[in-house]
Design a protein around this ligand. Sequence first.
Ligand SMILES: Nc1ncnc2c1ncn2[C@@H]1O[C@H](COP(=O)(O)OP(=O)(O)OP(=O)(O)O)[C@@H](O)[C@H]1O
Ligand SMILES: [Mg+2]
Length: 430
Amino acid sequence: MLNILVISDEAKELYGLFKAEKASSEGQNASSSASALPAGRREYDIAFVDLDTENWRERLMEVRHRMPVVAFSRPDVRKAVEAMKLGAGDYLEKPLTADTLAEVMARHRHELLTHKYGFDEIIGASGPMQEIFGLIKRAAASESSVLITGESGTGKELLARAIHRWSPRSDRSFMTINCSAIPDTLLESELFGFEKGSFTGAQYTKKGLLELADGGTVFFDEIGDVSPLFQTKILRVLQEGEIMRIGGSRPMHVDVRFITATNKDLRAACQRGGFREDLYYRLNVINIHLPPLRERTADVALLAKHFVTKHASKRKDVLIKGISPEAMAVLTAYSFPGNVRELENIIERAISFADIAEIFPSDLPAFLRQEPTRPRAASPRLKDALADFEKQTIAAALIEAGGNISRAAASLGIYRQQLQRKIKEYRIAI
Ligand SMILES: Nc1ncnc2c1ncn2[C@@H]1O[C@H](COP(=O)(O)OP(=O)(O)OP(=O)(O)O)[C@@H](O)[C@H]1O
Ligand SMILES: [Mg+2]
């Protein structure tokens, strides 16, 4: 389902037209707005900006980095040119008709399609990420505890938030507790709160985080770092669904959903005796593992483009258009030990350094260009390495072609049927 934003004084009258478009094969969802961008649950996929509306310049600049923009107005060449300079990708003359609308939507199909390669704010086109999107939906619908595992910077917190946002608890609070940041001595009062006078210095009654999260979701980040004492306390909450303020006289029932995350191997920690096994099983009802970015290279280009869009709005002076093919090649060849976070930092930095509209290899950190070859897991078999490379190349070509198999086949220099066979063989999601 695609979301269309219409910025116009005549939005009401146009609504029918966009709704008709919705009924067409694409299935769009039109919302109209004459004021600032409404903060909905999800972003819009494309914006239509009416240049006969007051403040259209500001409106256009507000949205241009976040979605493709189509400008329209009564015939006016000067305005059309100005809108294109400000970042509109298309211009239509009034009156808008169903035909012109369908045509422009088709033209933007490629850009719109890329929105399919993600879930909520999580971007990903690779097979593993597609699987994860399915898991998120299932986890959101269930009340079970979720344990998210993965290296640092792979997007564990992002995923935890998405699960909450798509769960029936979404209108209640999402409370993050960074376990490694809270010292043990403070933990109990932070989590459970305290009654006035329960200890020296308790001059007021304080609600704990678990009480505040009642009805919502609690996210315990870095759960692998917690002490045995903390483990016992959390286990008790999970088992009994009850908490007691320090100095309190009766337990209180709390209804919280637990999501935890760690970059440690908790199973191994259990075997070593560093983590309680009973707690591990309670937390790990649903496990979602985020693979490192180097194992899903097909996502690099898409993520890089996403971060360009995300951070380009910081540059008021230059309209950052994107990443040159040469810079993209450097990025896809890199192994990203810091995962998605590292990629985001690299793009953010490149944008602040780039003094032209496109990011070139010279805007990327030097160490990135020097990395000779991607470090591979201990001497892979040639056959596996080649298959891996083939899979990544195909996935990248499919993204570039907006999911169009014939176009992707043409750019890869193989027949359509051949490509279809490969897609099936490698189980590439399109
Ligand atoms: N698939 C993704 N799509 C878009 N942004 C992502 C994705 N994965 C990660 N990010 C971004 O990368 C950054 C790091 O993500 P996040 O904080 O969720 O990682 P983490 O796994 O919790 O890392 P750590 O273990 O170091 O806490 C964030 O800015 C996040 O928005
Ligand atoms: Mg984190």
